[in-house]
Design a protein around this ligand. Sequence first.
Ligand code: NAD
Ligand code: WQD
Length: 358
Amino acid sequence: MSEQAKPNTDTASPDTASSETGSRGTVLVTGAAGYIGSHTCIELLGNGYNVVGVDNFDNSERVVLERIAELAGRPISFVELDIRDTEALRTVVTDHSPTSVIHFAGLKAVGESVEFPEKYWSVNVGGTLSLLDAIAGSDVATFVFSSSCTVYGDPAEVPVTETTPVAPISPYGRTKLAAERAIADHLSTRDCGGFLLRYFNPVGAHSSGRIGEDPVGVPNNLMPFAMQVAVGRRESLAVFGNDYDTADGTCIRDYIHVVDLAQGHVAALQAAQKSSCDVVNLGTGRGSSVLDVVNAASEAVGTPIPYEIVDRRAGDAAVIFADTTKATELLGWQADRTMVDMCRDHWAWQSQNPNGYQ
Ligand code: NAD
Ligand code: WQD
């Protein structure tokens, strides 16, 4: 592994003197207690925004709120609710007068979405429609949505640009695309601009190790599974196939540090223009194979992570990584943390919290 670790700057450089005051206005963050939401709350607080978070703790724990306050030096306001409860959301909007929304709340497990598609349409699309209804007529002028590279399905060409045809292959992906379209249509009717951010593969954690990803049950994703093996919760990682047409035979993905991703949201809020709603990929533009990740994670842990090669997982594309040109141009942002940083910080979280937030 040739990459050098970057210094930890997770919350070191709020860019104005207003960071203590929240003078940049209030951001309504749905899914604030979740993995990406919690890291984004810290960046927002550090950059002078106030935050009102909402979450129903379907896939998160209340203690996250204390840790956000501990790391940011001041708390977020918070209301426990289901985003499908439009009246409850409207009350939050009336009480807190947000000028921006970042919409993370949703369900994200591809396999579960195949088994229970209605649940995914209800939360991811019904929840988004409820949110749009709740902010209608409000002062919200900027809207940022958590979309996913999953909307591209199995792209014919890489790197993936924002004009790569969308062809989601799971109910999860179709609900993210439907939510994107509902948001774009809504924003076109009012004086509100925003971004539909298509994330690639978020990994890592706040460098303190105090917050991180805490999947319920058996992790679906590579990094959390590998780290749970490293911490002794699972015996061995199953690597899904080494017969792909790649250098080492394993699949290639664009892993992005969750703090870079969180900072991308702050950049998106600041770059949003009235009455425009652009799609932007958030990735690093670099591909890493499964074995690259296993090796880097083993380095971070200090001992080899045991793995075995098993059959391919159905539905996996061989190679996906982002073209990040548009993010640089429109947001003035780029991800600069390396795979070494991602593994070090993910391990800091996992080793300090072997059972997650329990
Ligand atoms: P997460 O599960 O950690 O966070 C989602 C949060 O939404 C959780 O705290 C959950 O409790 C909350 N939530 C779920 N249903 C809700 C409801 N009905 N009402 C209120 N709150 C609800 O997931 P994450 O990784 O932080 O993902 C956040 C967003 O980013 C999701 O919309 C996901 O689709 C998208 N995304 C995630 C990834 C990824 O790999 N993590 C990649 C691309 C896109
Ligand atoms: C990465 C690579 C696996 C687990 C998912 C969602 C996508 C988006 C990002 C939300 C693949 C291999 C994995 C394991 C393995 N999320 N792998 N053993 O599938 O690229 O994307 O997260 O929007 O929608 O589908 O991520 O972490 O599951 O897999 O070998 O135990 O690791 O085959 O090549 P994926 P992943």
